[in-house]
Design a protein around this ligand. Structure first.
Ligand SMILES: Nc1ncnc2c1ncn2[C@@H]1O[C@H](COP(=O)(O)OP(=O)(O)OP(=O)(O)O)[C@@H](O)[C@H]1O
Ligand SMILES: [Mg+2]
Length: 251
C-alpha cells in the first residue's frame, strides 16, 4: 500500500483537483483506491456527491481509526472509496497533540488499511500544522501543485526548508506545475528557473483548463466526464509518472 498526499501550504493551487482526478486515475489503473479528504472544506467529497462524515471521537488511536473506517463510502466508480471530511477535523491537531508519538499517528492509523487498499490519496488543507507533519511522515509521496508564479515559488522554498530543518525525507517531496499557461512568458520563465533549482519536479504539467473548473458543476472527476480532454490526459500521464516513480523510489 502506498500513501500519496496532495499538499501545499498555499491555497487554491489545485490540490483537490489533483486528489480527485488522481484517485480516479489510480482506480482506472486497477489500484484499490481510497481518497481521504482531510480538509474541513470537504471539497473532494463534494465532487463525489457524498455527504460529510458522521461525527466520531478522535481522542485516541483506536477511536480515530474506528471513526475513519466507519465513514468509508463507496463512490459511483468501481475500486474507488472515499472517506469524506467533517467539520470535526478542525480538532484534528488538538486530538493528535494529546496522543503518544503525535507526529506519527496518521501513518499508524492508515497502516491498518493496508490489506484493503493499494493506494491511499490524502487531500490536505492549505496550512502547515501538526496534521501536516503527520501527513509528511505518513506519505510515500507528497505531491505539491505549483502554479508557476513568484508566490508559489516562495511557498515551495518554505516547504523545502521545513523538510530540511525537520530532517524529513526530501526525496518524497514531488512538486509539479499546476494551472500552466504555456503561452504565458512569465510561466515559461518561472518553470525553467524552478526546474533548474528543484530537479525533483515531475515532468508532467497540468494545464489551466476550463474543463477542470467544470468539475464544480458536474460534481465528478474530470476523467469521468471528459476523458479525452488535454487536462484529463495530463492527470492520467501524471498518474503513470507517479506509478513508475514509486517503482524506483519507494520500495
Ligand atoms: N488545472 C486547472 N485549470 C483550471 N482551473 C483549475 C485547475 N485546477 C483547479 N482549478 C480550479 O481552481 C480552483 C481551486 O482548485 P482546488 O480546489 O483544486 O485548489 P486547492 O489547492 O485544493 O484549494 P484549497 O487550498 O482551497 O483546498 C477550483 O475552482 C478549481 O476548479
Ligand atoms: Mg482543496
Amino acid at each position: 500500500m502506498k500513501i500519496i498526499s496532495s499538499y501545499s501550504i498555499k491555497g487554491g493551487v489545485g490540490k483537490t483537483a489533483l486528489a480527485v482526478n488522481l484517485a480516479y486515475a489510480f482506480s482506472e489503473a486497477d489500484h484499490r483506491t481510497l481518497l481521504l479528504d482531510l480538509d474541513p472544506q470537504g471539497a473532494a467529497a463534494f465532487y463525489f456527491r457524498v455527504s460529510s462524515a458522521k461525527k466520531f471521537n478522535m481522542g485516541d488511536t483506536n477511536s480515530l481509526s474506528g471513526g475513519l473506517r466507519r465513514n468509508i463510502r463507496e463512490s459511483d466508480f468501481p475500486g474507488l472509496d472515499i472517506i469524506p471530511s467533517s467539520l470535526a477535523y478542525r480538532h484534528f491537531d488538538i486530538a493528535l497533540d494529546g496522543m503518544e508519538k503525535r507526529r506519527k499517528q496518521l501513518r499508524r492509523v492508515l497502516e491498518e488499511f493496508k490489506d484493503d487498499y493499494d493506494t491511499i490519496i490524502l487531500d490536505c488543507p492549505p496550512n502547515i500544522t501538526l496534521l501536516s507533519e503527520n501527513v509528511f511522515r505518513a506519505s510515500d509521496l507528497i505531491l505539491v501543485p505549483v502554479i508557476p508564479t513568484v508566490l508559489s515559488q516562495r511557498t515551495l522554498e518554505q516547504l523545502d526548508r521545513f523538510f530540511s530543518d525537520e530532517e524529513l525525507p526530501l526525496d518524497r517531496l514531488c512538486p509539479f506545475f499546476s494551472m500552466v499557461q504555456k503561452r504565458n512568458k512569465l510561466h515559461r520563465e518561472t518553470m525553467a528557473e524552478l526546474t533548474a533549482a528543484y530537479p525533483q519536479f515531475l515532468k508532467t504539467t497540468i494545464p489551466l483548463s476550463v474543463d477542470v473548473e467544470k468539475m464544480g458543476l458536474r460534481r465528478m472527476p474530470l476523467l469521468a466526464y471528459s476523458k479525452a480532454s488535454d487536462a484529463a490526459q495530463a492527470y492520467r500521464t501524471l498518474c503513470s509518472e507517479i506509478i513508475s516513480l514509486q517503482e524506483n523510489v519507494c520500495d
